[in-house]
Each structure stands twice: as structure tokens, then as C-alpha cells.
Design a protein around this ligand. Structure first.
Ligand code: ATP
Ligand code: MG
Length: 629
């Protein structure tokens, strides 16, 4: 099949089909499963009425589902999304886009205690910013699992009536003790063989608030001796008097996640329900449940029960979660970092949250490239943080404008400038905005008597192999050695003649003379060979800026491995703030714009604090991986 429906998850990349793409995404086991299902028409017969619902709802319109596959991204709205979620977004939205499908954005808000609307907007923003959308054919596919409470309740009654669920009134301790363990089979509950009618009455009493919290649970009736403990009559509904952020006090019973999730998928016509490996043991229950709910039943009293769902059922597939070195991704630990003030907030540029990465200077393209490279497989493992940074460098190299920045400035005075060039004169210099892309034009700045250079570009006594500025001195054999010559990039060659220290012995000023006729780009400029080229900023047009030098938040690759105290490996040097001098082209920078500061790395104008006249830049990443061994 080559025809594609106009359906696809929206977003910048949605326009290009994978066939047209030169950089075709590499195959993986999920792609193979989907391609196989498409080739066999596994899901071709499904009906879709335009909204989620049971079999009766979907068959009412009789319209074949226009989406060739349906996937979903189902976060709990209980925190900010992090890089692991970004991977899941990339997998689910990316597969739907690539195969003419739709990815549903679903808030999995069936647990009344943990959710909060505070997080909903930030989650939607993060998904959109990463380049994805949930609109297809003009319809938003944005759903809330709590909208399905009625359907879940009906599914529970269906199980009860068909003898597949019972109300258990053992105490929590009894239930735990009777579950057995890996070596011992469980023991049947004394309530296990209650008649369906009695279970139904009791379950309705649970729903109607006649039983106390914890007094009873509804359990699936499967097999207390199953080697898979998840199949030993798992609880599927519990009594919990809690106010839900959307349904308020309408319910005092809530479905368990393992029961709710397959039903959410089935109601939404999901074909491929993709999750991480921790859920592998739950798959047999997922299949058991949907199998029961899609089978017609003849009851002992002669009634026939229509199945709740039409086959084929959604299927669950698991892949290895993303584990990234030098970060923690547990929501609890991220919250602790924020609450205890180890970072400035959820969007602190050192946080692995999507908002943190964005503020750090990460782009959606870089995150997508990283996800692609980190692969989709069944085998877990650790991905090095350097690979995330590498993806950022790669994507920014082609697009980011270059600029000179002096991060630790010291004055350089050209002592013969006035005599050679005229007092107060400034000399215009220019450079490409991006050497890979002449279309980005050129940038200009001025050379003059007074300049700023990096403090580290001067050494009173040069170490071996040092090719930057050093003053005239006496050699070991007593001979007089001249000061060194360097090129000030895009400018002139200068020869160091001396320096001035402050009273405390720290460097105040470096002095040099201009070597005439050496201006970059002019004929004969290369006549004088120099070994060193350094960056600089003119004192006349340089811009003062706050530059935040971010580094990894942890100095250990596995900060929380084996239950270790992750706070013990916080990197004390993860943020250093300096006052830098920047070339004048950066006056145009808007919050969120990225640049390569020559020699230093990639920097972004801070989204919160950067403004005209108060420039603030964050280091996104250095030019190379300084942590690589
Ligand atoms: P946490 O354990 O940090 O609280 P979670 O998995 O409970 O995260 P959810 O809101 O349930 O958070 O996650 C939404 C989706 O993102 C789920 O499908 C989950 O499997 C996926 N996801 C979360 N972390 C990762 C990860 N590190 N790699 C891949 N997918 C992930
Ligand atoms: Mg979860």
C-alpha cells in the first residue's frame, strides 16, 4: 500500500512521508510489527465513529477507521515531562506519523490522589514544542481517562455477570498473605465462589458508598496458582473516598491502573499500545481482560450479553525505557531537587525535564535526533549523556550563528594604535554568520586601541607549547626573547610587549603592538606566520552580558544506582555565572536564540531573563565532550 491518508499527527515533520525522506528512520522491532500488521490488514476492519467508545458506539456510524494505526501517549498529569517521556512521545507520535496513523494524547487520570491540573498545560506544551500534535482530519484526539469511568464501571459489571470477577472482603493483610510468592502458589479467597448476583449487589453497594474505604475490592477471577503473580486474581476496583480533580465526588470507587489502561486503549481503538518493559508481566492480564470483554456471553438465566468491545483488540508491546547517565528521571527525585533548592525550578537548565532542556538551549530537532540514535529495542542499557549533547551540537552546527565572546575578560591595549591608525579610530572587521551557510550573511564589529581578550590567552611565563600571548623575557641561556605574536581572529596580528598587574598581583592589562599590513582578508596578511589565533571583543562596541556556564548536575554517571543517595554526587560546579564581553551582533539575540560562541560552545539567550540591555546567555553545551575519557 502506497497511498497515504491525509491523516497524520501534525507537526513540522508531518509533511514528509518516510518514503520521501532521505534520512529514512532506521527500522526497529516496533516498525516491523506495524508493517506486518499493515501488510496483513490486521486492523483494517475496525470501525470508528469519530470518538472513543464501546463496540456499539463505534458500529453506529459504520465508518472504517481512517487511521491505519492508533497509538497513544498516556502520561499521568502528576509532574513535568522529562527526557524519558520525550522518548515515549517520539516513539508514539513518530510511529503514528510515519504509518498514516494517529497518536492520541491521553491523560491517564484515573488515580484521584495524585493528579493535578497544574501539570496538564505543561505536558501539552511539551508535546507541541517537541514537534507533535494530536489533531488529525481537523479533530483533536485529546482524551482524559477519567471520561471513561462509566465505561470502566460497565466493564466491571460485565466481568461480574460473566463470572470473571468477585468482591473480596478479606482484609488487606489476608489478601497479601493469600497471594503467595514466587515459590508458593496463592490460596483462594473464601469470597471467591460467591454467585454473580451477590457480587453484583455487593459491587453496587461499593459504588453507592455503603462500604468503608478498604472494606472490599473487586478482583478478577483468574488463577491463584498462576506463576505470574499479576494473574493471581488482581484487584480491579477499590473503594477510595477521594475528590478527583475532574469528576469531583461522583465516584467513591476507582479502577486500578492495570484494569483501566487496556479499557482506555480499547475505547480509543488503539492498535499498538506501546509501553516500557516494566509492564511486560502485565501483558497477560491486558490480553485476558480484553479477550473477556470482547467475547459474547450467554448467562445461566438465559440472557445474552453483547461483548463490550469489537475485535481485533489492541495489543501491548514493550520496549526498554531510556536510561541516561548523569541524570535522575524519577519524578520524586526531580521534585526533591526543586523543593530543596538544589536547582532553581523545574525549568532550571540543568534539569532533564523538557522545560529544563528547552531553557538550556536544546531544540526539538536535537531531541528527536537523540531519540532516533538511542534506538528502540527490548534490551535495556544506559545511554551516555554525551550522546544527547552530541545531537545538540550536530543540529546547531548548521544553523546557529557564530559570535565572539570573551568569558573571562581582561583588557588588551594596542599601544601603537593611535600613532599608526589615528587616535580614536576604529577599524571595521567582519566574519561569516555561519561558515557552512553563506546565505546567513556576515556580521561586523570593530577593532581599536582597546580590546577584551580571555584571561587565559595570556601567560607571563608561557608553558611549553603555548602559542598565545606572552611578554618579552629572558631565556634560560640569558638571551632576550621577544614577546609572542598572535592573530586576533578576523583582525590583525599583534605582538605582545608587556602587561600591568593590579596591586594584588592579578593581571590588569596586557599590552601589545599592531603589526602593520596584517589585517585578515587583505593581500599579504599572511606574510607574517603566527601559531596562535585568539578571539577578542572590541571595548568600543562589546556588550556586557551575564553568562551562565552550566555543566552536568551530577558528577557520577549513575547518581541513584542501587539506592545510592543521589544528592551526594551533585556536581558543585554545575553552574558558574560570569560577566562576559560579547560582540555587538548579539544585541539582536531574542530569548531562545542559539549561537556558537567561537571556541566556547553553544549558548542560548535565556528564555526567562534575557532582555534588551540585560543580556543573559546559557551554555547549552561545549564544543566537545569534556567528560569523555
Ligand atoms: P515516572 O516513573 O518518572 O513517574 P511514569 O512512567 O510513571 O514516570 P507516566 O506519566 O506514566 O510517568 O509516563 C507516560 C509515558 O511515558 C508512559 O507510557 C511511560 O512508559 C513513558 N516513559 C516514562 N519514562 C520513560 C523512559 N525513561 N523511557 C521511555 N518511556 C518512558
Ligand atoms: Mg506511570
Amino acid at each position: 500500500m502506497t497511498d497515504r491518508l491525509p491523516l497524520s499527527a501534525a507537526g513540522p515533520a508531518a509533511a514528509s512521508s518516510p518514503d520521501a525522506d532521505t534520512a529514512r528512520p532506521s527500522s526497529n522491532f516496533l516498525r516491523q510489527i506495524i508493517e506486518n500488521d499493515l501488510a496483513h490488514g490486521t486492523y483494517a476492519g475496525r470501525l470508528w465513529s469519530g470518538s472513543p467508545g464501546d463496540a456499539a458506539h463505534q458500529s453506529r456510524s459504520g465508518t472504517p477507521d481512517p487511521a491505519r494505526i492508533r497509538t497513544r501517549f498516556p502520561p499521568e498529569p502528576n509532574g513535568y515531562l522529562h527526557i524519558g517521556h520525550a522518548k515515549s512521545i517520539w516513539v508514539n507520535f513518530g510511529l503514528a506519523r510515519d504509518y498514516g496513523g494517529v497518536c492520541h494524547m491521553r491523560f491517564d487520570d484515573t488515580n484521584p490522589e495524585k493528579e493535578d491540573t497544574e501539570y496538564v498545560d505543561s505536558i501539552l506544551d511539551a508535546v507541541r514544542w517537541l514537534g507533535y500534535g494530536w489533531e488529525a482530519n481537523g479533530t483533536p484526539h485529546l482524551y482524559q481517562a477519567s471520561d471513561y469511568f462509566d465505561a470502566m464501571y460497565r466493564a466491571a459489571e460485565f466481568l461480574i455477570e460473566t463470572g470473571h470477577a468477585y468482591v473480596d472482603e478479606q482484609s488487606a493483610e489476608q489478601m497479601r498473605a493469600n497471594r503467595g510468592d514466587f515459590t508458593t502458589p496463592g490460596t483462594d479467597s473464601p469470597f471467591r465462589d460467591r454467585a454473580p448476583a451477590e457480587n453484583l449487589t455487593r459491587f453496587r453497594q461499593m459504588r453507592d458508598g455503603q462500604l468503608a474505604d478498604g472494606a472490599a475490592v473487586l478482583r478478577a477471577r483468574i488463577d491463584m496458582a498462576s506463576p505470574n503473580i499479576n494473574l493471581r486474581d488482581p484487584a480491579i476496583y477499590r473503594i477510595r473516598r477521594a475528590t478527583h480533580h475532574r469528576t469531583g465526588d461522583a465516584w467513591c470507587i476507582y479502577p486500578m491502573y492495570t484494569f483501566a489502561h487496556p479499557i482506555e486503549d480499547a475505547l480509543e481503538n488503539i492498535t499498538h499500545s506501546i509501553c516500557t518493559l516494566e509492564f511486560e508481566d502485565q501483558r497477560p492480564f491486558y490480553d485476558w481482560l480484553l479477550e473477556r470483554l470482547s467475547t459474547p456471553a450467554a448467562l445461566p438465566d438465559g440472557r445474552a450479553l453483547e461483548p463490550i468491545f469489537a475485535r481485533p483488540n489492541p495489543r501491548q508491546y514493550e520496549f526498554a525505557r531510556l536510561n541516561l547517565t548523569y541524570v535522575v528521571t524519577s519524578k520524586r527525585k526531580l521534585k526533591q531537587l526543586v523543593d530543596e533548592g538544589h536547582v532553581a525550578g523545574w525549568d532550571d537548565p540543568r534539569m532533564p525535564t523538557v522545560v529544563g532542556l528547552r531553557r538550556r538551549g536544546y531544540t526539538p530537532e536535537a531531541i528527536q535526533l537523540f531519540c532516533e540514535r538511542s534506538g528502540v529495542s527490548k534490551a535495556g542499557g544506559w545511554i551516555d549523556y554525551g550522546s544527547l549533547e552530541g545531537a545538540l551540537r550536530e543540529t546547531l552546527d548548521a544553523t546557529a550563528g557564530r559570535a565572539m565572546a570573551v568569558l573571562d575578560p581582561v583588557r588588551l591595549t594596542i599601544t601603537n594604535w593611535d600613532a599608526l591608525m589615528g587616535a580614536g579610530r576604529l577599524d571595521a572587521c567582519d566574519a561569516p554568520v555561519n561558515p557552512h551557510d553563506p546565505a546567513q550573511g556576515r556580521r561586523s564589529f570593530r577593532f581599536g586601541r582597546d580590546l577584551w581578550i580571555e584571561r587565559s590567552d595570556f601567560a607571563e611565563v608561557p608553558p611549553k607549547g603555548y602559542h598565545r600571548l606572552s611578554p618579552p623575557r629572558t631565556g634560560a641561556d640569558g638571551s632576550a626573547l621577544p614577546g609572542s605574536k598572535v592573530r586576533l581572529k578576523y583582525g590583525h596580528v599583534v605582538e605582545c610587549t608587556g602587561f600591568v598587574n593590579h596591586a594584588d598581583g592579578t593581571l590588569a592589562e596586557v599590552q601589545a603592538v599592531l603589526v602593520p599590513d596584517t589585517k585578515s582578508g587583505t593581500p599579504g596578511a599572511d606574510a607574517i606566520k603566527v601559531k596562535g589565533v585568539i578571539t577578542w571583543v572590541g571595548a568600543s562596541d562589546g556588550l556586557r552580558a551575564e553568562v551562565r556556564l552550566y555543566d552536568r548536575l551530577f558528577s557520577e554517571p549513575h547518581p541513584d544506582a542501587g539506592g545510592k543517595d543521589f544528592l551526594a554526587s551533585l556536581n558543585p560546579a554545575s553552574l558558574q555565572t560570569v560577566t562576559a564581553m560579547l560582540e555587538p551582533s548579539l544585541a539582536q539575540a531574542r530569548p531562545g536564540d542559539s549561537f556558537q560562541f567561537e571556541r566556547h560552545g553553544y549558548f542560548v539567550a535565556d528564555r526567562e531573563d534575557h532582555r534588551d540591555g540585560a543580556l543573559v546567555f546559557n551554555r547549552a553545551t561545549g564544543l566537545k565532550d569534556s567528560w569523555a575519557k
